[in-house]
Design a protein around this ligand. Structure first.
Ligand code: SF4
Ligand code: SF4
Length: 304
């Protein structure tokens, strides 16, 4: 069995409201799992061969005590853990140090610090720096996820990270959720394969989706919805994700080649962001029906 990784949405509640948030539409979304329910799900995931869990969705560390408990259980199961956070809790270096020590003691493997010009309208960038420094002091793996639309407005934010010697990786804005209405900028890059790892996402109401990013918002076809843990096991839902021929094509062939197969012109394909192209392909009932039919036959051989 291949290693299984899951994005775990314990709660969609967040203490800030970033203008680019993919996790939220305009309506406030404060769903949360019960702690006991989450413990049960983790036990089931461990039994189903899940080996990596990323705690994400809203702001996980609004529930610090619960997260310490859940991460500790993952450690006991031998599951690698990551928490994605906006660092609001790292207001002073002393407070940042205290919390990262607590997380490390619970068994946390990695902290991922979200950072962007939109996050930093609500959370001081010093918080991100404090959190990263606290991790560095105790040897807890951490990196900054620098969300950018590649505009010049982001230069000072990137420079701040460089000035403070912080490890960071740029991540493109995903034009879904609140960012769906953002103006698009031209992009200048090569013809990318756009393969996705497709780590499933579990929402607080126990719905599981095959993609943790924009995919849970494909409302016309529900293409990425795998099912609910209320009436299906973790193992069955993960298997459904792994066996689906179109998901397999997304992992291996990539969105770009699928679009070409579907008849998109090459020069049209390069005008799309990855998740937007994905939406064009899979959130249209007619096109999805065609691709489903092709997935098991013609499309499976669509590689160079
Ligand atoms: S992007 Fe992250 S920190 Fe910002 S509102 Fe969304 S969940 Fe909260
Ligand atoms: S391209 Fe599709 S599968 Fe990949 S992250 Fe975006 S929505 Fe998910």
């Amino acid at each position: 069995m291949q290693p299984r990784n899951v994005a775990f949405g314990y709660s969609t509640r967040c203490n800030i409201r970033c203008a680019h948030c993919v996790a939220a539409d305009e309506v406030r979304d404060d769903r949360k799992m019960e702690l006991d329910q989450a413990r049960g799900v983790l036990a089931e995931m461990a039994g189903a061969g899940v080996r990596g869990i990323s705690f994400t969705a809203g702001e996980p560390l609004l529930y610090l005590d619960d997260l310490v408990d859940l991460v500790g259980r993952c450690r006991d199961y031998g599951i690698y853990t990551r928490i994605v956070t906006n660092s609001f809790w790292a207001r002073t270096q002393a407070e940042a140090d205290r919390i990262v020590q607590l997380l490390q003691a619970s068994g946390l493997c990695q902290l991922r610090l979200s950072y962007s010009r939109w996050h930093q309208q609500h959370v001081s960038r010093e918080c991100v720096r404090n959190a990263a420094r606290g991790c560095r002091k105790i040897g807890l793996d951490a990196f900054v996820s620098f969300v950018t639309d590649f505009s010049e407005q982001d230069d000072p934010h990137e420079q701040f990270l460089r000035d403070h010697g912080l490890t960071f990786f740029p991540e493109p804005v995903i034009y879904a959720g609140r960012a769906g209405a953002f103006p698009r900028r031209g992009i200048f890059t090569d013809y990318q394969a756009n393969c996705c790892p497709m780590n499933p996402y579990l929402s607080p109401d126990l719905e599981m989706y095959a993609c943790c990013d924009a995919g849970s918002h494909f409302a016309n076809t529900g293409f990425f919805r795998l099912g609910s843990l209320r009436d299906t096991t973790v193992g069955e839902l993960l298997e459904a994700s792994e066996r689906n021929p179109l998901y397999h094509a997304i992992r291996t062939v990539g969105i770009t080649a699928i679009a070409s197969f579907a008849g998109f012109k090459a020069r049209e394909i390069v005008t799309y962001r990855k998740c937007e192209l994905c939406r064009e392909l899979f959130d249209s009932p007619e096109r999805l029906a065609m691709l489903r039919q092709a997935a098991a036959a013609d499309l499976s051989g669509w590689t160079r």
